[in-house]
Design a protein around this ligand. Structure first.
Ligand code: HEM
Length: 366
């Protein structure tokens, strides 16, 4: 998609798209403006791309958004996140890697990316880790649907109801420790809102993080010298993770609606029209990130990449996601001497989670 993003950013920054049924913006400042400005709304009475997951803070504005977000925010403060990384992520990543080595399996992307984020979210929410595979299978058709995959609406509805039933039972007393119990005890939230928030956390926090893990493993697997150096220079790990998230953001695009008639760069966007904000295109804007297509872990950008969005809806789990990626890289560096990317092949995928499976590769302990 990168050539297409470049083309639009240069020639047609506010693009009217029949295909997307609305407008699309590509440059850093425009994308940021759409996310930050009150002239664009996350809510639309008839249309939201997130309906696959049901209603949540993600498609609310104003005080309603604030109420839902602040109820869920506590567990995502930096200190809590550091605790999750140490108590939950590091041991789980270690376990998965030890299993891989013991069983002489070779596919690290499979062992970590497709497994770890689901286990982490189980632990964070307070569900049994054994349910992680079920959760992954239940979420997959919902993610496919958002991603314009082949899933049918009936399947989406059925899976969503299964998920809601499961979380409903957990809310009603089974999950004593963890975020679900905390949300259930919060009087600002109705029972339905507790379940909706949990669905959102699962939806927003698993496939995205899985894509991030896959991308960072591939970035390291294709750079053996860097990998060797990192083994003794762990202080460079955060730069590797940050640059991978800029260069290959897991979520390429998010959606807003014009709250009023808006003039953007001379293009009139009528009230109610959908506007696609291409985060991935913003992250490769050469006026903000010089030489944007180069993956450079020593880059110290002046502006924040838009990988996690911006403004009121900026990713609630960004700190956890970054901690998860850094912890995974360190766990791999601890145990695996060298990486090797075997037969990378692009997978067919949709727009939104384009990077969810960027390459199918096996990365093996040497
Ligand atoms: C929102 C990306 C991981 C929870 C967002 C948004 C983006 C994003 C771009 C803003 C969407 C918009 O403005 O329309 C990512 C990426 C991740 C990641 C790339 C991984 C690399 C997580 C994790 C969690 C999480 C681990 C939770 C455990 C949320 C929530 C929102 C959100 C709750 C909605 C916030 C709101 O509407 O106020 N994420 N996310 N995300 N994310 Fe993440």
């Amino acid at each position: 998609p990168w050539a297409l993003y470049d083309h639009h950013r240069e020639h047609d920054p506010v693009h009217r798209s029949e295909l997307l049924g609305g407008y699309a913006v590509f440059g850093y400042e425009l994308v940021r403006e759409v996310l930050v400005s009150p002239r664009f709304s996350a809510y639309h009475p008839f249309r939201t791309s997130r309906r696959a997951f049901g209603p949540s803070m993600l498609d609310r504005d104003g005080a309603e958004h604030q109420r839902l977000r602040s109820a869920a925010a506590g567990p995502f403060r930096p200190r809590a996140v550091a605790g999750y990384a140490e108590r939950i992520v590091a041991p789980l990543a270690g376990e998965l890697l030890d299993e891989l080595v013991a069983e002489r399996r070779t596919d690290l992307v499979d062992a970590l990316a497709r497994t770890l984020p689901f286990r982490v979210m189980c632990r964070v929410l307070g569900l049994p880790v054994e349910e992680a595979p079920w959760l992954a299978a239940t979420l997959a058709p919902l993610v496919d649907y958002v991603d314009h995959g082949p899933t049918t609406l009936a399947e989406v509805t059925r899976r969503r109801e299964e998920l809601r039933d499961r979380l409903q039972r957990a809310r009603a007393g089974e999950a004593r420790d963890g975020l679900l119990a905390d949300l259930a005890a919060d009087e600002r939230l109705s029972p339905a809102e507790v379940v909706n928030t949990a669905v959102l956390l699962l939806a927003a926090g698993t496939e995205t993080t899985a894509a991030g893990i896959a991308n960072v493993l591939v970035a390291l697997g294709t750079r053996p010298e860097l990998y060797r150096r990192l083994r003794t220079r762990r202080e460079e790990v955060p730069g590797v993770v940050a640059e991978t998230l800029r260069h290959e953001p897991p979520l390429h695009v998010t959606l807003r609606f014009a709250a009023e008639d808006v003039d953007l760069e001379g293009v009139r966007i009528p009230a109610g029209a959908p506007v696609n904000a291409f985060l991935a295109a913003a992250n490769r804007d050469p006026s903000v990130f010089p030489g944007p297509d180069v993956w450079d872990p020593l880059r110290r950008p002046q502006r924040t990449p838009l990988t996690f969005g911006a403004g009121r809806h900026v990713c609630l789990g960004a700190g956890l996601a970054v901690a998860e990626l850094e912890t995974v890289v360190n766990a791999v560096l601890d145990r695996v001497e060298a990486l090797d990317v075997l037969a990378p092949a692009p997978l067919p995928s949709g727009r939104t989670f384009r990077a969810a499976s960027p390459v199918r590769c096996a990365v093996r302990p040497a």
